[in-house]
Design a binder for this molecule. Structure first.
Ligand SMILES: Cc1cc2nc3c(=O)[nH]c(=O)nc-3n(C[C@H](O)[C@H](O)[C@H](O)COP(=O)(O)OP(=O)(O)OC[C@H]3O[C@@H](n4cnc5c(N)ncnc54)[C@H](O)[C@@H]3O)c2cc1C
Length: 391
């Protein structure tokens, strides 16, 4: 068994781990990135690729807006456009009640000084979504949102990290963490990594790393589901989000249609398995048929789910460790974290570099759960609909 010496031992080969590896390596740190499976094998490689600022929790907005700038300039950052398409995202109000919720959202945003979302009346809504059922009442749009190709993007970040000097160990699980004389020792299934800093980007398994550092958090593994339909003639540009019904819906550049939006299967993080819930998938399909009658001609060709980490308040943990020096966490992205990947890597690099983040991250502190949220599943279930307006 070998011992590798590094500046940073980094756990996780999802978008957050690859982005952190890239930004740290570019700042001159010797990074060893440890991934138990393959790059992008979990949530980061199988998600819907939606990149949105729309409907973010206010605490996430500065990060989301900064991250969108990085997506827009992905080619300069990682030498690959990551499939980025700036097509906008629209939350559709099916009823006057939905529209009132979106109106309340926009008033909150304007009060906070954010102008990136716009309320749409029915005519403006049908201008951007000509195939939408005519009974919809209005919507909310963020024109600078869009989508990327998630696996392509995660691989691009990984390649750029390696080209910048990061060392990647795949099929290598980090199994033990200890610190002696200011040096972290990470025991893995392929040897030991010794480093000054430890970074945890472990996704749905990030809670186990935090627990090993003596700071357990109420993170749960969930299994968001997606379906893809065979190619249909072009009818849709922006990504569509439901307001009172769970839906995200997009047509890719090849004409296929990807349907998701929050219906969950079941996840077993330990066995790394998920199971689809076909009744819930059919509820998503029904919403699509109601909103886009043109989809009656479409054929679902595949459905899948991925393992994601969800926190009780649906906000990630992006935080220095509260128990150990020189350790940092970025996990728990609660089914909307891919978009944040590019910026979270820079914030982790800031924390390692200077001990401070260049954007506000207090809301994402690992200490916010101390003594609270004993039953994450029940709480999260109770909040599902509220989350739409704040995430
Ligand atoms: C079906 C689905 C659709 C989604 N749609 C969207 C969307 O449209 N837009 C959006 O913004 N977000 C979306 N998300 C959420 C998004 O995919 C995640 O928030 C994001 O990818 C999380 O990235 P990550 O790097 O934290 O985690 P992951 O991608 O899960 O990466 C964590 C990695 O850490 C590794 N790891 C963990 N522990 C260890 C260990 N001890 N040793 C070694 N390796 C370890 C794991 O193997 C894993 O590869 C979706 C998620 C799913 C599942």
């Amino acid at each position: 068994m070998t011992t590798i010496k590094a500046d940073v031992a980094l756990i996780g080969g999802g978008i957050h781990g690859c982005s952190a590896a890239l930004h740290l390596a570019r700042r001159g740190y010797r990074v060893v990135q440890i991934e138990k499976d393959g790059i992008g094998q979990h949530a980061s490689g199988v998600n819907a690729g939606g990149v949105r600022q729309l409907l973010r929790h206010p605490a996430e907005i500065p990060l989301s807006r900064a991250s969108m700038e990085l997506w827009r300039h992905a080619r300069e950052l990682v030498g690959d456009d990551c499939g980025f398409q700036e097509k906008g995202q629209v939350a559709v109000a099916e009823t006057d009640e939905d529209l009132a919720r979106l109106q309340a959202r926009i008033e909150l945003l304007y009060a906070l000084g954010h102008q990136h979302e716009e309320l749409l009346g029915p005519n403006e809504l049908f201008d951007v979504l000509p195939a939408l059922a005519r009974w919809c009442a209005g919507g909310l749009i963020c024109r600078s949102d869009g989508f990327v190709s998630p696996y392509q993007a995660t691989l691009a970040f990984s390649r750029a990290a390696i080209e910048s000097g990061a060392e990647l160990l795949t099929q290598t699980r980090a199994v033990g963490f200890s610190r002696k004389g200011g040096i972290w020792r990470v025991d893995t299934t392929a040897g030991t990594v010794e480093a000054t800093f430890l970074v945890n980007c472990g996704g749905a398994w990030g809670g186990a790393v935090a627990a090993a550092l003596g700071e357990p958090v109420p993170v749960e593994a969930i299994a968001p589901m997606l379906m893809v339909c065979a190619r249909v003639p072009h009818f849709l540009d922006p990504v569509v989000i439901g307001t009172s019904r769970k839906l995200t819906f997009k047509q890719t550049m090849s004409g296929t249609v990807v349907i998701g939006g929050g219906h969950l299967g079941t996840a077993d993080a330990q066995r790394q398995e998920t199971e689809l819930d076909f009744m819930r998938l059919s509820a998503s399909a029904q919403t699509v048929l109601d909103l886009f009658p043109v989809m009656r001609r479409a054929t679902v060709v595949r459905a899948w789910s991925g393992i994601e980490a969800r926190m009780p308040d649906n906000l990630p943990v992006i935080s220095p460790s509260s128990t150990e020096d020189n350790a940092f966490h970025a996990f728990g992205f609660s089914a909307h974290g891919f978009q944040l990947g590019p910026i979270v890597g820079t914030l982790i690099a800031d924390l390692v570099d200077t001990g401070r983040s260049s954007l506000p991250i207090d809301a994402f502190s690992i200490t916010r759960f101390n003594g609270e949220h004993a039953h994450p599943s029940e709480e999260a279930a109770g909040r599902e609909r509220l989350d739409l307006i704040t995430h």
